[in-house]
Structure formats: C-alpha cells, structure tokens
Design a binder for this molecule. Structure first.
Ligand SMILES: Nc1ncnc2c1ncn2[C@@H]1O[C@H](COP(=O)(O)OP(=O)(O)OP(=O)(O)O)[C@@H](O)[C@H]1O
Length: 316
C-alpha cells in the first residue's frame, strides 16, 4: 500500500504537486492520469524518495522510503527506461542491481525470462530498441519480487504484442495481491488495464474513483437507434416524453432513456429497429471533460497554420 498525505512540491514559485492525499491499494491496478505537466512524474519521484517533498508525507507499507531496509524488496519502479548502463549487458545491469540490494543472482535469469529478454541477456544494452529498454526496466522493477510496483508510461515504445504483454503482466501482478500503480497517456490502454483511477490536474487531486464510476460521472450516456420507420418512431418517442436527436446516417440518439424502454416501445407499436444500443463515452472523452480546465497548454486550431501552444488561463 502507498499512502500520500498532503504531499506538496514547489520548484521556486511553481507548485508542481499541491497537497495530494490518496491511498494506492493492493490487489488492483491503479491508473495515474493527468495532462502534461500535471505533476505525475514529480509525485512518483517523491514516492521513491528521489525528490524531497516541500511538505507532506509518503508511506510505503506504513514506512518512509528511507526507513525501508532493502527497498527493492518492497517497491519496484520503472521510471526512466534509459537509466541503464549502455556499456553493460542486460544480464550485468541486473546483476549489479541485484548485488547492491542483496538479491540472489539466480533472480536475474528469472526476471529476464519473465520479460522475454533471455535471448539477448548477453548483449550490451546500448544497442537495445526502445521496447527492449522498457522490458529491461520492467525486469529491474521485478528484481526484488516487491509487493508494490510503480510504472511510469510502461507501454512507451512497445509494439502491440508488447503492450498486450505488459497489460496482462500488470493484471496478473495485481491478481497476486500486489499494489500496482501505473501512469499512461494512452487512454484506450488505461481503460483496458486499470480498475481504479487517480486523476490529477495542476498538481491537485481531481478524482480518486473506480474506472466505471469515473466514466459514469464524467461522460454522457445515451441510447442510439436506427429504424427504417424513422418518422413513425420519432412520433412514438415524442408521445412517450422522449426527445430523439438526429445524429446523421439515419441514426437517432436519446439522452435519459434505456434500451429496454425504447425496445419495448418500438415492439408495442410494431416498429422495426435495425440498431438499438446503449452508448457510453470512452475514458478518453471522460478524461478530456474532467481535465478541460486543468490543462496547462491548449492548441489554437483556428489559425490554419497548425497548432500554436499557449498557456491557458489557470484560474481555479
Ligand atoms: N526539476 C524541476 N524544476 C522546475 N520545474 C519542474 C521540475 N520538474 C518538474 N517541474 C515542473 O513541475 C510540473 C509538473 O511536472 P511533471 O513532470 O511532474 O508532470 P507530469 O504530469 O509528469 O507531466 P508529463 O505528463 O508531461 O510527463 C511541470 O510544470 C514541470 O515543468
């Protein structure tokens, strides 16, 4: 378990992390979301004692990081996959880390196997692709067999097979009862991986909720339908107090209705339906909706000369 209480970090006059309090629990994958510059990396660095908080605390299984004996056995992290020694082989990079943390050398081969790098174990890492570097970074996080794992943008540079692999790995580690904390900008991927979400904007906590509740609370849900008898259907819907809206391609959308309600109404009036579905916005839409006012930079698209980045008004 990771517990943050009033965690704050200032860089000069810039408040990068602003009184963050939340708990990352075991047994689930917790996604960490926020627009660029929201303070995610700074928060993760403070969790690992790589940055000192200006105020507030982080506890790892009830203790400060610096009080953990052999911390890699408590918490493993992938923050910067390029942080390996390029002149050393994959095996030797991990062996050095293992020896420095009193982890048995036999564990190196195990984690190389877990991440699929056994065949290149004896190759120097400077020749590694981005994806291989990510896998090696994940191997180093797993080295101490920790109960808590933290991944900053783990799918960065991975191909579809690699993305699928890391998704399953995180789910499997969570199912083993471990605490998994992961940041990503890839919303579609996060939607498939995380059970719980922590969302921050401009250093502040915006949401600490389940994935399902987050999408439910921050997006529109509606019923979509198509019928070859659209005029008649519209009349029937209106008579029942519903307000269908034309959505193009012969499709109607109705807010505040259920598929059961609309389906039964259509059947009652012997109206043929070619489509009847319940629609919910994606995590990406919900995220954009929630963080709209917490994005540091927005593109001006009206110029016709490509995006120009400009600071947004940072009121409340
Ligand atoms: N060492 C530093 N000195 C000064 N400002 C910093 C420093 N590190 C981060 N910041 C600022 O703190 C804010 C939060 O940065 P951080 O990298 O934690 O955000 P992030 O959510 O990880 O962003 P991204 O999604 O772009 O990686 C940003 O405004 C950044 O410019």
């Amino acid at each position: 378990m990771i517990e943050l209480e009033g965690l704050t970090k200032r860089f000069g006059s810039k408040v990068a992390v602003d009184r963050l309090s939340f708990t990352v629990r075991p047994g689930v994958v917790t996604g960490f979301l926020g627009p660029n510059g929201a303070g995610k990396s700074t928060t993760m660095r403070m969790m690992l004692d790589l940055d000192n908080p200006t105020s507030g605390t982080v506890r790892i299984d009830g203790k400060h990081y610096r009080d953990l004996q052999e911390p890699l056995k408590y918490i493993g992290a992938l923050l910067d996959a390029k942080a390996m020694h390029g002149g050393r082989t994959a095996y030797n990079n991990l062996l050095c880390l293992a020896q420095a943390n009193r982890i048995p050398a036999s564990r190196v081969a195990e984690v190389l196997d877990t991440v699929g790098l056994t065949a290149v174990a004896k190759k120097k890492t400077k020749g590694f692709s981005l994806g291989m570097g990510q896998r090696l970074g994940i191997a180093s996080a797993l080295l101490g067999d920790p109960e808590i794992l933290m991944f900053d943008e783990p799918v960065n540079g991975l191909d579809p097979e690699g993305i699928h692999w890391i998704r399953n790995l995180m789910k499997q580690l969570a199912a083993e009862g471990r605490t998994i904390f992961v940041s990503s900008h890839l919303m579609s991927e996060m939607a498939l991986t995380a059970d719980h979400l922590i969302v921050i904007g401009q250093g502040r906590l915006l949401a600490d909720t389940s994935m399902a509740d987050f999408i439910h609370q921050n997006s529109r849900s509606y019923v979509r339908l198509r019928s070859p008898q659209q005029e008649r259907l519209r009349d029937v819907l209106h008579e029942s107090g519903l307000t269908p809206v034309e959505a193009g391609n012969g499709t109607l959308e109705i807010d505040g209705a259920t598929t059961e309600q609309v389906g039964e109404l259509a059947a009652e009036h012997r109206i043929v339906l070619h489509e009847l579905s319940s629609q919910r916005a994606s995590l990406e839409e919900a995220f954009m909706q929630m963080t709209a006012n917490a994005v540091e930079y927005h593109a001006h698209s009206a110029s016709g000369h490509g995006p120009q980045w400009a600071p947004r008004d940072k009121g409340a």
